[in-house]
Design a protein around this ligand. Sequence first.
Ligand SMILES: [Zn+2]
Length: 222
Amino acid sequence: MNDNQRVRNAFSSIKAPDDMIDKVYSSINSRKNQNRTRRIIGMSMLGTILTGTIVLAVMRFQISNNFLNVENKEYSEETQNSISVIEHNNEMQNKETIRVNGFFISYPFEKNTSLYSLGEYAHKGIDIIADKGTKVLAVADGKVTKAEFNSAYGYHIVMEHTDGYETLYAHLQEMKVDVGDTIVTGEEIGTVGATGMATGPHLHLELHYNGEPVNPLEYINE
Ligand SMILES: [Zn+2]
């Protein structure tokens, strides 16, 4: 028996105007619809919260894998030789050579695990092998907060990004930005060098979150 029939049966013994049954029936139906609407609103709110969480997870801070603008894509003999040495050493130690977007990472990010080490980090960033003079590109939109020289990092640039992230580009030959400049991803900020404590030309790139170094390789947008 459906609702319509139930209402009609209930009213069969009562003398009522002909349109009464239809009015009662439509009022029952509208209440049902309200409940359904409330359920749908509840479901869509839950959906919005879930989607928001997923979007937030996906929207986590990311950096570009385009660290450098390598125009001719051919390394100099000197750079090619150092890549060969790294590949050989890694092979001897059964380690895989890290490449990101064709760039060779000669020294990965390392948190110190040794009890006897002096600092917390063995290496606070990643070293990307490149010829001297290769254009260094900003890996995220941001603002320049430092462009200076010190004995360890040589000429280096620090950029501030959103959500407590910062990047540091070290051992530069030239710096092409000033403190306060607003930079977009992919913009040239300087050139690769070997200034400061560096054994050869490379870009030392650090990523900091709330002042602490984190592994840039875990934040690359590929
Ligand atoms: Zn380094």
